[in-house]
Design a protein around this ligand. Sequence first.
Ligand code: FES
Ligand SMILES: [Fe+2]
Length: 480
Amino acid sequence: MSEEASIAADAGALLEEGLRNLWYPIAPSWQVGENPLGVTRLGERIVVWRDRDGAVHALEDRCPHRGARLSLGWNLGDRLACWYHGVEIDPSGTVLDVPAVESCPLTGKAAVRRYPCREVRGAIFAWFGDALHAEPAALDLPEQLTDERFATMLCVAVWRCNYRYAIDNVMDPMHGAYLHARSHSMASGNRRARLRVVPTDTGFLCEKEDQRNVNFDWVEFGASGGHWMRLEIPYGKEAGPGGPFGIVGFVTPVDRETCQVFFWRVRAVAGWQRDLWRFLYRMRLESLHWDVLEQDRLVLEAMAGDARESEFLYQHDTGLARVRRFLAKEAERQATALAGDAAPAATGTATATDRGRRPDSEARTADGPQLAPRKERFHPRPNGELEFNPWLAEPRGSKGDAGTVEDFAEPLLYRWQHRARAPNDFETSLADALTATFAAEVHDRPGIVARLNESDVANPGGGPWTEDAFGSALRELASP
Ligand code: FES
Ligand SMILES: [Fe+2]
């Protein structure tokens, strides 16, 4: 193969599996408790775990002894121990102990690849550097994820399509007026539009020329250490307090056929209004939002895997066409840099060849299968004793624990895991009263309390509603 052809093939593989040298969200925070969690992201198996101080670490999910998945092993608080023969690995990927033999040359070796990671607004981000970029670049997130003015709620789902279909979908505002025509937020506005692309500091904006604040009318793509998208959907006056309803989205490839989408639902709202917004969102809007996402997922998953190869793009596809060109160029740049680098790849760092080698049999094992509930709280030691290990978690299955990928791909189950229970009568009637209050354009706290006292929603503390009683009820109801 000529060098040119080989670079083109590597760039193609990068595009298919996910560009490197970027931060990607790899799991929602709630999914990583005390047990190590095994995930596949960008075709690579990764174990994500928390040390006893709660800090998150991510390592290649492969024991350097014989390759067992470390995610099946033990979290010892400051290290992982492989379940198979007990080899212990620290957060940097260095082997701390090989307990089954007296002395082993593996001890002290940096034998497992480490993924630098950090936690932002309920998600764990990891750096996927190539052989030339082991050290992470800065991650400049949109202000919606960094500025305290914004309240965020994260929604995560696994979609069984290549990640590029999910990006195309968000970069295509026109689908709002059709695919989501029967939804709570995108039923109105023009069904025909011209779209234009406007450059920004970190990427570009794709917007309808003649319509704003009516439907899904604009979307922005940004590349600033990670690839993100942001958009706004207008919400009616009954949707509670706060400015426009924003969405910040990331798409993380799982493998060639599957991706994980992260959508932060965002509103600039603070104090008691933030509690109120969170409560109303959970009660009224979250399930509607899931209905919209399900429409996207259904269409994308039903498309043929090679649909992109025989398309007829037209004017309103300008945004997704632009992002495709950007990603293709970036893939070519990365493949060219790797090909030009004579130095051997660092230990444990994926090379272009490694990336092309992932067997298809892995395709459906992302995130799992996880272990069945495990009751042992003892870590086996070489002297035959069992060392009590209070760090080890309760059996899986309680709220917040990971399920299999099938579980995770099922939005209803995800919702159930997240909310844990259905709303009770009090919550339902309070949400009804508040929705009606906002629809009547009453936005101030005394006005809301006065209307509550006129309604038949009783103050759970007894007596008339006061602003304090309203505040504490809301705080309690809005807490995650
Ligand atoms: S495979 Fe992990 S200790 Fe043997
Ligand atoms: Fe959509």
